[in-house]
Design a protein around this ligand. Structure first.
Ligand SMILES: [Zn+2]
Length: 166
């Protein structure tokens, strides 16, 4: 709860930014240029076949007089792929991550300790992901920071940071 409270304050989130089944990345995507939150927008919404979701910095178009953010938008698909690839990378390097999490089991930081135990349990019985899993995303990922030039940095709930090239 404390982590969540700090996170919500830091990024100025409101209740509607919280993730739900239909929009699992809500509130988790952060702009690497200005630190604002990324929001999801629909393109071509009149024709369902052409409908596309994109994410862009909420400061991209601000009212005149203020400096807007230059970060580029990214496609919804990219977030799904980044998460799946990151999870599979962690799984492939299971021994390395497990060793780190085992060290956290004695931590004074309650969240770190809790997450380490949870992560070990998950990774022990995990299979490589072929399809997106929203529950796993919520358990594992605190945020995904999107940088201009094709890079996303994923922060895991245990504090680990993983770079992902788009
Ligand atoms: Zn921005």
């Amino acid at each position: 709860m404390e982590r969540r409270k700090n996170y919500v304050e830091r990024y100025g989130l409101t209740k509607i930014d919280y993730s739900c089944k239909e929009n699992p990345f809500a509130g988790k995507v952060i702009c690497g240029c200005c630190g604002s939150i990324f929001g999801r927008k629909v393109w071509n919404s009149t024709d369902e076949r052409l409908r596309r979701y994109i994410w862009r910095c909420n400061r991209k178009y601000e009212i005149k007089g203020k400096k807007a953010c230059d970060n580029k938008h990214i496609d919804d698909k990219v977030l799904y792929e980044a998460f799946i690839n990151t999870f599979n990378m962690v799984l492939e390097n299971k021994d390395y991550f497990k060793k780190k999490w085992e060290e956290h089991l004695d931590s004074d930081d309650l969240l770190k300790k809790y997450k380490a135990k949870q992560f070990i349990e998950i990774i022990e019985k995990a299979e490589p992901l072929v399809r997106f899993d929203a529950d796993l995303l919520n358990i594992l990922i605190e945020k995904m920071v999107v940088f201009d030039g094709g890079m996303i940095i994923l922060s895991l709930m245990d504090g680990a940071v993983i770079e992902c090239k788009i």
